[in-house]
Ligand binder design. Structure first.
Ligand SMILES: [Zn+2]
Length: 266
């Protein structure tokens, strides 16, 4: 019976995630469940070769016999995301309230029914984190990077996409983790329609200007060197931006908008 079934061991789940490139084998969506291609009741074991990632839609189609095992077996051999640099999208819905945390630094407030963009993270003329308000409905665009400035994961007006070159990615409950190797968490964030909380992660450009978040702290880097530490700060979303950084040496032509909560230039 299903209740007596042991849980799928974590190393096997990770192998399946890697085989399926972090998305549904059929459509690539980075919100997925683990499906036994041949029923567990028949095979009585968990093996990576008999497991596949399916989004809730395609999982339901399979369990109700609208989607054949043959199609899924073919998709497992060549998953949708396998030839793409990033997964297809999972849409996080807009919300009228959004809790935004960078470590324990908070972006607070928003004019109700407002329109326009606020930029919690802005680096050398480019927004790495934007809150869009459309008649008071808030959606998020952001891109988090590794230490070299490669994008690990992006949101585009709420549409979540994950780089397929990552070593591992999970989205369980509201928590996302991206790992660069066993035990090496490079992104730890909570994401839902009402929350963007970055516990650990980076926003860095190619010159390694930007921000690293860890241990509740937002650390400002200029050309890879730590130059500022923010803990427990609050930036009001009615201004242009939250945290801004300008490297005048590498970006001499960038005009800085006014209205940041915290701005550093070097
Ligand atoms: Zn799917």
């Amino acid at each position: 019976m299903a209740e007596d079934r042991p849980a799928i061991p974590e190393p096997i789940k990770r192998e399946v995630r890697q085989q399926c490139c972090f998305g549904c084998a059929i459509c690539g969506m980075p919100f997925f469940q683990y499906d036994h291609i041949e029923e567990y009741a028949d095979v009585q074991e968990h093996t990576a070769d008999n497991l596949v990632l399916l989004c809730p839609n395609h999982h339901s189609a399979k369990t109700t016999n609208k989607l054949s095992k043959e199609r899924i077996k073919a998709a497992k051999k060549q998953p949708f995301n396998s030839t793409r640099p990033h997964t297809s999208g999972f849409q996080v819905e807009p919300s009228q309230e959004l809790l935004t945390l960078l470590g324990n630094n908070v972006v607070s407030g928003w004019y109700p029914n407002g329109n326009g963009d606020h930029h919690p993270v802005w680096i050398n003329g480019k927004s790495y984190f934007t809150i869009h308000s459309d008649e008071g409905w808030l959606s998020v665009s952001l891109q988090v990077t590794n230490v070299r400035g490669d994008i690990l994961l992006a949101l585009v007006r709420g549409e979540l996409m994950v780089a397929t070159g990552n070593w591992d990615y999970v989205y369980e409950g509201e928590n996302i983790k991206v790992r660069a190797g066993l035990g090496d968490i490079i992104l730890d964030m909570n994401l839902s329609d009402t929350k963007v909380e970055i516990l650990r992660g980076m926003f860095l450009d190619r010159t390694i200007d930007g921000y690293v978040i860890k241990d509740d702290t937002l650390i400002t880097l200029c050309e890879g060197q730590p130059r500022g530490w923010d803990i427990g700060c609050s930036a009001h979303a009615n201004g242009f931006g939250g945290w801004g950084l300008l490297n005048k040496k590498t970006s001499p032509d960038v005009q800085t908008p006014s209205g940041f909560g915290f701005f550093r230039s070097f």
